[in-house]
Design a protein around this ligand. Sequence first.
Ligand SMILES: [Zn+2]
Length: 245
Amino acid sequence: MRLLEFRNRASALLVAGVCVGSLACRESHSSSTTLTDPPAPTPSSPLPSAPPSPALPPLASCGALPNYFNPGGPFTRWERFPLRLSIDSASLPFAPSELFVAYVKGIREGAVVWSLASGEAFGILSEVGSNLQNADITVRVDQPVGEALLFGTEGEVELLQLDSARIIRRARILLYPSNFPPLSPPELQAYVANIVGHEMGHAFGVLQHSTDPSDLMFGSRNQKRASYPWITVRDLNTMSEAYCR
Ligand SMILES: [Zn+2]
């Protein structure tokens, strides 16, 4: 199952459409300025809209406002934290180039924003390393194909393994630098960090987008974002809804 992510800077926004069918949990891009809510999951969706199993440990309280959580949308979450994140070094520009360092630093900075912003309530990573065996989440640089190429996708999340149709067991974040604007290595580091932070939000369980451009989970690059780690109260409250039950 894939959660495709379209983050074309030229677009004012995107339309979020998630989890339709067994292989398509995706977002479709629009160059218009009209937001459309994610469609409700179909009966064949692997991500049920029913509340999570009571066996899962709640990691937050429900009902914190404001949030952009869609209670009719699909639920996913990890059973618990911390998780291990692996960087696929072979996919990066060859070390020890400046670009290699920019990617590694950017991925590391982006990977921890949810843990930082939540005071380690969720999004905690016990290890971030290169080419780790049996990592929970992997980040790699790749070439976009299909819709990712067509729509200028900068990054996307694949939820590779789900348990009981809703618990995420393994995920992968793909970065597509061929769709990035021209950037110097320092600019690239910050750019990668921001994309990874957004994609980690999806990988941790926020499948929808905010319509507020100041939120990290805004559908396109959140140009109005606050300073690092970028996550707003709305972002945190929405993540809490994924982990509160
Ligand atoms: Zn997104």
